[in-house]
Ligand binder design. Structure first.
Ligand code: ATP
Ligand code: MG
Length: 370
């Protein structure tokens, strides 16, 4: 089986580095400080938070992981959040009762999933009366779950999406709840993949969460950790690889965990079944494959940006700067950022996907990669 995986949370032996960040997050949360974790796309935020959750669950603390990505209405939040709360609660029957007692306006039902045979909790919306009060009750459940002496840690992923739930001031309601909750027992970590929206939520003084959580910034892993990891994974597969080649992979993937996995996966696939030594040629061929796998998406991105933004992308891919006046430049920078095409770290914008960068570079330089 391919030892590199890039569309799943990295867990167990697949997870490397992040020791300091893991410790930092655990320490602050244990001390009763709520946190907001910032980090560009695909740097490994969710995987890191899963590691923290594992740590706390081993200590028998209650951890709630909730992802706002698929939340588009209040009803939908209530349904998904109930499931998230129920995840580790056994027996489910008892949790359904707890939910019913805490949130009188909804009707939880238990059923058996025909595919897995597992018991499932859902909300019967035909017999529920959803309102802002329902949300109020739902948000009180953390405290009820904690009871007198348990601790509850809440991890809100893609939290920037919460502000988009229509017809309610979700952020405002949650913030005022948290203000009155007992820090001894309940802590929160907020994070999300749209850094600029997360920053707006926590750094804008007109927003409810303004300065309400301590920031933690997730950067790239140290280069040598990525190289060590690559050496280890390949050698475990009985594939030999030089340090130089491992460094080359790390560079091609911009040292971003997601792309390191993606390229590793392509290389492994390319070499199967009989090649036993990673070479630069193999890496280059695998990069080419990775880029062409995504070329439809890349074409679409190019198609959907303004002409000026296209020019800017070209310059960026070739490490050049625009000569446009500041105001115009800023406008294009924001367009690219808001579309998720670029990220901002170390005081500058860069193209978030290293393979997209290559795609642009190759097309324009006419190297015929694609
Ligand atoms: N510490 C790590 N060790 C190994 N692989 C990792 C690590 N962190 C992330 N990855 C790889 O990167 C991929 C993306 O990680 P993850 O989903 O945790 O990032 P994210 O920052 O939450 O991404 P997004 O911005 O899309 O939400 C994972 O599938 C995994 O393959
Ligand atoms: Mg994530």
């Amino acid at each position: 089986m391919n030892p590199f995986v890039y569309n799943q949370i990295a867990e167990g032996s697949r997870f490397y580095d992040r020791k300091e960040e893991t410790q930092e997050i655990i320490r602050w949360l244990e001390n009763g400080t709520n946190l907001v974790l910032y980090g560009p796309r695909h740097y490994g935020k969710t995987s890191l938070v899963y590691k923290v959750i594992n740590y706390f669950e081993e200590k028998d603390y209650i951890c709630i992981y909730f992802n706002f990505m698929n939340v588009y209405s209040l009803e939908n939040f209530i349904s998904l959040y109930s499931k998230a709360l129920a995840r580790k609660q056994q027996p489910l029957q008892r949790f359904a009762k707890f939910l019913q007692n805490g949130v009188k306006s909804i009707r939880p039902v238990l059923s058996i999933d025909p595919n897995t045979g597992a018991e499932e909790l859902s909300i019967d919306f035909d017999n529920s009366h959803i309102s802002v009060l329902t949300l109020d009750d739902m948000l009180d459940l953390t405290e009820k779950l904690a009871g007198k002496d348990n601790r509850v840690f809440v991890f809100f992923d893609e939290f920037q999406e919460a502000a988009k739930i229509p017809n309610i001031n979700f952020e405002g309601m949650l913030r005022s709840k948290i203000q009155f909750q007992d820090r001894e027992r309940i802590r929160y970590l907020f994070f999300g993949s749209k850094t600029h929206l997360m920053q707006q939520a926590f750094m804008n003084n007109r927003r409810p969460f303004y300065q309400s959580a301590r920031p933690v910034v997730l950067g790239l892993p140290p280069e040598n950790e990525t190289v060590e990891y690559l050496l280890k994974v390949f050698s475990k597969e009985d594939i030999s690889i030089s340090k130089e080649c491992a460094e080359y992979i790390m560079q091609k993937a911009g040292n971003i965990p997601y792309y390191v996995q993606m390229l590793g996966s392509e290389i492994w696939q390319y070499m199967m079944p009989e090649q036993k030594t990673v070479t630069k040629e193999i890496i280059n061929a695998s990069v080419k494959i990775a880029v062409s796998h995504n070329s439809d998406t890349y074409e679409e991105i190019i198609y959907n940006v303004s002409e000026k933004a296209k020019d800017m992308l070209l310059l960026m891919a070739n490490d050049k700067k625009t000569s446009l006046p500041d105001e115009e430049r800023k406008e294009i920078e924001l367009e690219l950022r808001d579309k998720g095409i670029t990220e901002f770290t170390d005081m500058q914008y860069y193209i978030a996907d290293p393979f997209f960068r290559l795609y642009i570079k190759e097309i324009i330089n006419g190297n015929g990669l694609i």
